[in-house]
Design a protein around this ligand. Structure first.
Ligand code: GLC
Length: 438
C-alpha cells in the first residue's frame, strides 16, 4: 500500500497521462474520446491541483452541446482511425447537432452542475459569481432540454432512451428490459451460429480486456442495434418514443438530476441570476418524484419502464442513490442505509458492489454487474455525509482509498477480494482519489 502523499502523486500522474490539454480521456486505448460524466468527475479532482485546468475540462464539454440544449455523452476525437466510432452515431443527421465536432446522440448522468459547484468552491467569492454566471446559460439549456424532451408527461422524472445514458451500461434493469423489448430478427441466427468469439475479436473493449470483465457479447450487439435505431430516427424524440418500449425512468440518473437541480437553484441564488420560471416550476415538481419509483413490496427504490409504467424489480447500486439526491425522508434514508449495511446485499469486503450480492446477475468482475466503482462510492459517500451518517461515510472513503492504493487507479474492483479490473490508469478513479485525499 502506498502512503497518502504517494497515492496523491500517483493519481496526479494518471490525470497527466490522460491529459489532452483541454480535456482528459478516461483511459488510453479503450476510451479515446471525451465523456460527459467522466469529465465532470475529473474536473472535481483537478480543482484541487489546478483550477484553470479544471475550468477548461468543464468548458470543453460545452463544445459538444446541441442547439436544443442536449449535452452528449461523447465528443469524438477527430483522428482518422476513430472514424468508425463517429460513424456509428452520425450525429449530423440531427438538425440540432453542432457543426464543428462530432458527438454521440444521447446524454449521460447530469453531473455537470455538481462539478461546476465544486470547482467554484475553490475560487474567491467574486470569481465564483462570475464562474456560475458564465456556466448557468448552458446548464439551464441542458436541464430544460431534459424536461422538455425527456419528461413529456410532466411527471417530474426524466426518461432515458439508451442504457449508455445511465452511465452504468450493463446494469441489470436495462439488460432485463432489453431482452423484453428489443428483439431484432437476427438474435436467433446469431445464437445458433455461436458468433461470440468472432465478435469479441472485433469489439474494442474485448480486444483490451478479458470478455469476462465486460458486457455479454449478444447484449453489446443489441446495444449497437439500439443506437442504429436511434440514428435511423435522426434522434427525433417524438419518433423514438412512438416506436419503442425500451425507454426507462432510470433511478440513478434521476437521483443525480434532482441533486443537480438543487445545485442550479443554489448557483442562481449565489450569483443573482434569474432562472426561467418554467424551469423552477418543473424543479419544484421533481423534488419528490423519486417516490414514484418506491416499491412498497420490496421496500426500496427501483427504475421504471416509461411506456408500461411498471417498476423493474432488479435492484442495483442505484437503489442507494436517492441518498445522493438528498430529497428522500430520513426514514427512507435509514432504510437505504440498512440495505447498504446488510451483508447479504451491499456490505462486502470491498464495497459497494454495483449489484447486491444476492442478485442473480452478480459476478464480481463483470463491469456494472458486481464490481465496486469509485465514482458511485463517491456519490453515496456524499449523500451519507449530508444525511449525517458521517462514520459510515468515512469508512467507505477509507475502503475506496485502500482499493486504489493497493492496486492502482483501475476502472473497477472485485467487491470480494479487491481484484482490479477494467482499464488501468482510469481518470475518474484518479480524480476522485485526489478529492478523497483532500
Ligand atoms: C463506460 C462506462 C461509462 C463511462 C465510459 C467512459 O462506458 O459505463 O459510465 O462514462 O465507460 O469511461
Amino acid at each position: 500500500m502506498s502512503s497518502n502523499s504517494d497515492l496523491f502523486d500517483q493519481a496526479r500522474q494518471v490525470l497527466k497521462k490522460n491529459d489532452q490539454k483541454n480535456f482528459t480521456i478516461p483511459a488510453e486505448g479503450l476510451y479515446p474520446h471525451q465523456w460527459l460524466w467522466d469529465s465532470c468527475f475529473i474536473a472535481i479532482g483537478l480543482s484541487h491541483v489546478n483550477v484553470p485546468r479544471a475550468k477548461r475540462e468543464i468548458k470543453s464539454l460545452l463544445r459538444g452541446q446541441w442547439s436544443n440544449g442536449m449535452l452528449p455523452n461523447m465528443i469524438f476525437d477527430d483522428a482518422l482511425w476513430l472514424n468508425q466510432d463517429r460513424n456509428i452515431w452520425r450525429s449530423h443527421l440531427s438538425i440540432y447537432a453542432p457543426d464543428k465536432v462530432s458527438t454521440s446522440g444521447i446524454t449521460q448522468p447530469p453531473m455537470l452542475a455538481e462539478s461546476v459547484v465544486r470547482v467554484g468552491r475553490k475560487m474567491t467569492k467574486g470569481e465564483r459569481r462570475t464562474w456560475y454566471k458564465s456556466m448557468l446559460p448552458a446548464l439551464i439549456a441542458y436541464h430544460q432540454w431534459l424536461y422538455e424532451e425527456r419528461d413529456p408527461n410532466q411527471s417530474g422524472l426524466v426518461t432515458l432512451i439508451h442504457p449508455y445514458e445511465s452511465g452504468m451500461d450493463s446494469t441489470p434493469p436495462w439488460i432485463n428490459q432489453l431482452h423484453k423489448h428489443h428483439r431484432p430478427w437476427w438474435v436467433k441466427p446469431y445464437k445458433s451460429l455461436k458468433l461470440d468469439n468472432i465478435v469479441n475479436r472485433i469489439r474494442r473493449d474485448t480486444r483490451h480486456l478479458p470478455p469476462g470483465q465486460r458486457m455479454d457479447t449478444l447484449d453489446a450487439m443489441l446495444y449497437y442495434d439500439v443506437i442504429r435505431s436511434l440514428r435511423n430516427k435522426h434522434y427525433d424524440i417524438g419518433r423514438i418514443f412512438k416506436h419503442t418500449q425500451f425507454t426507462i425512468q432510470d433511478l440513478g440518473f434521476n437521483s443525480i438530476f434532482i441533486r443537480a437541480n438543487q445545485h442550479l437553484l443554489d448557483m442562481a441564488e449565489y450569483s443573482g441570476y434569474e432562472l426561467p420560471i418554467q424551469l423552477t416550476d418543473r424543479i419544484e415538481q421533481s423534488k419528490h418524484a423519486l417516490e414514484m419509483l418506491w416499491d412498497n413490496y420490496s421496500g426500496q427504490y427501483l427504475s421504471k419502464n416509461f411506456k408500461t409504467n411498471k417498476l423493474i424489480r432488479e435492484p442495483t447500486i442505484a437503489t442507494l442513490l436517492p441518498l445522493y439526491a438528498g430529497t428522500v425522508t430520513k426514514e427512507r434514508a435509514q432504510t437505504l442505509v440498512n440495505l447498504l449495511l446488510d451483508d447479504t446485499k451491499f456490505m462486502m469486503p470491498h464495497p459497494i458492489p454495483s449489484v447486491p450480492k444476492d442478485s442473480k446477475y452478480f459476478e464480481p468482475e463483470r463491469y456494472w454487474q458486481g464490481p465496486s466503482w469509485i465514482n458511485i462510492n463517491w456519490l453515496i459517500i456524499d449523500g451519507l455525509e449530508r444525511y449525517g451518517y458521517t462514520d459510515i461515510a468515512s469508512i467507505l472513503k477509507q475502503k475506496s482509498l485502500d482499493l486504489v492504493s493497493t492496486h492502482g487507479c483501475f476502472e473497477y474492483f472485485s467487491p470480494i477480494d479487491g481484484t482490479p479490473a477494467g482499464a488501468a490508469n482510469f481518470s475518474w478513479t484518479a480524480a476522485l482519489t485526489i478529492d478523497f485525499l483532500q
